[in-house]
Design a protein around this ligand. Structure first.
Ligand code: AMP
Length: 393
């Protein structure tokens, strides 16, 4: 059975088509600059990548070209072979604890909670509508980045602010990267052969969050009301003192929106180093002796270590620490710097085993008190699995 796993952004659309239940990727691709000049798309098939320049004024036009390419590449012979389309939805609010079929009621509900994720949810919904229009017979499913974290307790997800902010306005920690943390929870439990394992999942990429997992459930996570909370990230500040905002507005004359933009787009690695939001550039500049790049790396590592220590205590110890996403999967130096700081807990890295990129591996020494792994994440397959489940029910 063929299933599409889709991630629609405001000007982009990424997809992977799976043969399920084998979880075999048949074809994948990315459409970029939808509704903007300079549109293009890339298709990956049989290990080869093909880039085509083409303008798209809407997501619906991109979906039309996607369908034409699926037929071109003969991945499908007719549209009715596509039984389901699963969509990544950033925010499911408090209501959605699992993936759901995208009924009219669900779409209306998600439109209502769009103010919780104004940059993401409207774009995700545009994606659903485009596929509904072009492949009306496929089952559309919504898979939420927040759903996995709905198992957190109130003492973990509430902010110490007036309680009615939560009751009236939904002010709480939601957490994100749920599909990634869930994938890591499942895969690690499988490797350890222990469904109740205590796992600290470190999803560190351009965005980053940590998650404390026990019995396959999220106990705590570092992102909050929005994805700009918790860790320092590529260009996001992570946690700051909120009173910094009016202070900077007063000093610079910037509007609230501009300061929020600074915290999202001009902070993190980029803000501290002044070099880049990309950890490869930071590593290069640091190796060349750039002091602010070195400082930004030290801060980045320290914040991750602090969360690991916090979750270690929260979980009453740990069976595994897992690195995933762009930096976690690829940067041996960042992994080593983090694990070296965990020495007081008896956690030790094996430098030879750590010398890998983008592959699953155990990277701790035999006498390490906690096993440390690199596990490439797979959010797309989680979407395909959930979508397949609904069709098979
Ligand atoms: P993601 O958001 O998961 O795609 O991750 C993007 C981040 O991963 C960027 O900061 C990249 O620089 C980083 N990354 C990818 N490859 C490497 C690498 N070889 N070394 C260090 N960082 C990397």
């Amino acid at each position: 059975m063929k299933i599409l796993s889709v991630n629609a952004g405001s000007s982009s659309l990424k997809f992977q088509m799976y043969e399920m239940p084998e979880e075999k990727v048949l074809i994948s691709g990315t459409f970029e600059r939808i509704g903007i000049d300079g549109g293009m798309y890339t298709i990956k098939y049989n290990g080869e990548k093909k880039k085509t320049e083409r303008e798209f004024s809407t997501h619906s036009e991109a979906v039309q070209v996607l369908i034409e390419e699926l037929l071109n590449y003969k991945v499908i012979e007719s549209l009715d072979e596509i039984k389901g389309v699963g969509h990544r939805i950033v925010h499911g609010g408090e209501h959605y604890t699992h993936s759901v079929v995208a009924t009219e009621e669900v779409i209306n509900d998600l439109t209502d909670i769009s103010e919780l994720a104004p940059l993401h949810n409207p774009a995700n919904l545009t994606g659903i509508k485009a596929f509904q229009e072009k492949i009306p017979d496929a089952l559309e499913v919504c898979c939420f980045d927040t759903a996995f974290h709905q198992t957190m307790n109130k003492k973990e997800f509430l902010y110490p602010v007036p309680y009615e902010w939560y009751e009236k306005y939904g002010v709480r920690k939601y957490g994100f990267h749920g599909m990634s943390h869930n994938y890591i929870a499942l895969r690690t439990a499988e490797i350890l052969n222990n469904p109740s394992a205590r796992i600290i999942s470190c999803h560190i990429g351009n965005g980053g969050s940590l998650c404390a997992i026990k019995d396959g459930k999220s106990i705590d996570t570092s992102m909050g009301f929005t994805p700009n909370a918790g860790l320092m990230m590529g260009s996001r500040s992570g946690d700051i003192d909120a009173t910094l905002i009016p202070y900077i507005m007063g000093k610079t004359g910037e509007t609230l929106e501009e300061v929020i933009n600074d915290l999202n787009k001009k902070s993190g690695y980029l803000g501290v180093s002044g070099v880049s939001s990309d950890s490869r550039d930071i590593e290069e500049a640091a190796a060349a002796g750039n002091e602010r790049a070195i400082l930004s790396q030290e801060m980045y590592v320290e914040k991750i270590v602090n969360y690991i220590a916090e979750y270690y205590l929260e979980l009453g110890g740990a069976d595994a620490i897992v690195f995933t996403a762009g930096v976690g999967e690829n940067s041996k130096d960042t992994r080593k710097a983090i694990v070296d700081k965990l020495a007081p807990l008896g956690i030790k890295i094996d430098e030879e085993k750590n010398n890998i990129r983008g592959e699953e591996a155990l990277i701790s020494t035999e006498d390490s008190s906690v096993k440390v792994y690199v596990i490439p994440t797979d959010e797309e397959v989680m979407i395909a699995r959930d979508t397949y489940k609904f069709i098979n029910e």
